[in-house]
Design a protein around this ligand. Structure first.
Ligand SMILES: Nc1nc(=O)c(N)c(NC[C@H](O)[C@H](O)[C@H](O)COP(=O)(O)O)[nH]1
Ligand SMILES: [Zn+2]
Length: 168
């Protein structure tokens, strides 16, 4: 399944490349996969939707919109065995103070909804903005497996930090 993880993580990386580089965040790509039907349910990249939005946030928000649900209810339509692929691990703290994506993921399995129980990411979050990201433990405590897949780190970080260099 590592090849499958790399395939979808590569797709998420292509999405991350669409994100407009900024010095105050990372360019990340995310996609939600229905692994039973091998169907991409939704995709997202940083700043895709208006506002200071994250890739995982856009992915979930677009899915909610498609089903006329609020973000809080989107777990209702997420099938069992859905996997969230994100090039960088979900944020645990955001300098902006906006709701972290760890909370958004955990929220999908509230209210008795099955929600997202598995996250596959390509890199841990660098400590640039908020120090060590402790999201993996929070997700595990909430019954969500976090799997780090190696192999794309360099490219993921290069894309993620495109806005952090003068001549990017
Ligand atoms: N997983 C992830 N997906 C994203 O789409 C994104 N931009 C980040 N970035 C994490 C970083 O910690 C925050 O971008 C900064 O903490 C600034 O916070 P805001 O983004 O302004 O809320 N992380
Ligand atoms: Zn986030």
């Amino acid at each position: 399944t590592t090849n499958k993880h790399l395939r979808y993580l590569s797709e998420a990386l292509e999405l991350a490349k669409k994100s407009p580089p900024k010095p105050t965040n990372f360019c990340v790509g995310a996609l939600l996969l229905d692994t039973v039907n091998d169907k991409v349910l939704s995709t997202g990249y940083t700043l895709e939707l208006p506002g200071n939005t994250h890739a995982e946030q856009c992915c979930l928000s677009k899915l909610a919109q498609e089903h006329n649900l609020s973000e809080e209810e989107v777990g209702k339509i997420i099938p069992e065995h859905a996997v969230l692929y994100t090039t960088m691990e979900p944020c645990f703290v955001r300098l902006s103070g906006n709701l972290p994506c760890v909370q958004r993921v955990l929220q999908t399995s509230s209210n008795g909804y099955h929600g997202i129980k598995s996250v596959v990411c390509g890199v841990k979050e660098p400590e640039t903005f908020v120090g060590e990201n402790k999201g993996r433990k929070a997700l595990a405590d909430g019954g969500v497996d976090v799997i780090y897949v190696t192999g794309l780190e360099d490219e993921i970080l290069k894309v993620a930090t495109a806005g952090h260099r003068e001549s990017s």
